[in-house]
Design a protein around this ligand. Structure first.
Ligand code: UFG
Length: 320
């Protein structure tokens, strides 16, 4: 298939673009490089630098079989400070993309949605039938796009899949997490292990969990990429399918830090800090539906393996 990958210079987008190429697809990456990196675009992809809302139309007029839409603003804290950046950058841009797909007869879509669409969960693990009540603007914009996709699928026969990622981690080959502003737990801990930070802050140890720290479900980026390939292959015209993607096992912040200590051999000093606004105590996915309907079978569920891949990537980038 000839595929447009928006955000293919970013973390998840670059890994998926690499896997799509390996699976024999023709891949065009569209990315404005606002957070991505030109050298993260896999060799063999055609790279177009530009804004998805402006460029997707003319590009799709060339003729494409499908779109994988990763490009997005994705910092929860920033989304609360600067909502316009998220409503414009995520929702308005995605609507332009959906219209461009419709106008050019491109019918397959895989969209990067998020666990943040659920907000504070009532059940654990979280199934796709759980109420969607996002507690931050980032999650609200992703939910709005999901709803638009449902309408477009019903009206225009779009074959669409939204994948709701839980906590993505790990790396694949030379593709991994390289955020200029790093907010995620595992890369921050690895920066401590590399000597780039003195310590990691634990955002609260008084949560209603076993050790008092927040619990999250970490999924290897390569398992996530496989789900995208399956979603593309199995997509159904006129249907918008939604799947949660995680491992179904929660790890606390302290457990993650301990695993990073074991993998890196570094003591990784940690201090308890105040809670971070908007953090739910526990976020764990039920991915039963993805397993049943997509035939998805995650292969890298061990947290130490996930951290090891991230660590190797981080060290290779530092030349350590
Ligand atoms: N944490 C710390 N110290 C840090 C960084 C994080 O204690 O320096 C904690 C957080 O409070 C949280 C856990 O580690 O409990 C994981 O935090 P991340 O920032 O790595 O990930 P989140 O769970 O906040 O966010 C992820 C995705 C978001 C998505 C969200 C869904 O990265 O895009 O899940 O709620 F919105």
């Amino acid at each position: 298939m000839k595929l447009l990958v928006t955000g293919g210079a970013g973390y998840v987008g670059s890994v998926c673009a690499a896997r799509l190429l390996e699976a024999g697809h023709e891949v065009v990456v569209l990315d404005d490089l606002s957070t991505g990196h030109a050298d993260a675009v896999p060799e063999g992809c055609r790279f177009v630098q530009g804004d998805v809302g402006d460029v997707a139309g003319p590009l799709l007029a060339e003729g494409f079989d499908g779109v994988l839409h990763f490009a997005a603003k994705s910092l929860v804290g920033e989304s609360m400070q600067d909502p316009a950046k998220y409503w414009q950058g995520n929702v308005v841009t995605s609507l332009r993309l959906l219209d461009a797909m419709h106008e050019n007869g491109v019918s397959r879509l895989v969209f990067s949605s998020t666990a943040a669409t659920y907000g504070e969960p009532e059940e654990s693990p979280i199934r796709e039938t759980a109420p969607t009540r996002p507690t931050n603007t980032y999650g609200a914009t992703k939910l709005a796009i999901d709803q638009a996709i449902t309408s477009y699928a019903a009206a225009h026969g779009l074959a669409a899949t939204s994948l709701r990622y839980f906590n993505v981690a790990g790396a694949y080959d030379r593709f991994g997490e390289r955020h200029t502003v790093e907010t995620h737990l595992i890369p921050i801990v690895l920066q401590v292990a590399l000597g780039q930070r003195e310590q990691v802050q634990i955002y609260g140890d008084d949560w209603p969990t076993e050790d008092g720290t927040c619990v999250r479900d970490y999924i290897h980026v390569l398992d996530l990429a496989e789900a995208h390939l399956l979603a593309l292959e199995t997509s159904v015209p006129g249907r918008h399918r939604v799947y949660n993607l995680g491992n179904g096992t929660g790890f606390s912040v302290r457990q993650v830090i301990d695993t990073c200590r074991a993998v890196t051999g570094h003591p990784v000093p940690a201090v308890v800090a105040p809670r971070r606004a908007g953090d739910p105590a526990v976020l764990v996915a039920s991915s039963e539906l993805a397993r049943q309907e997509l035939g998805w079978k995650p292969q890298r569920q061990d947290l130490a393996d996930i951290v090891r891949d991230a660590w190797e990537f981080t060290r290779a980038r530092q030349g350590a």
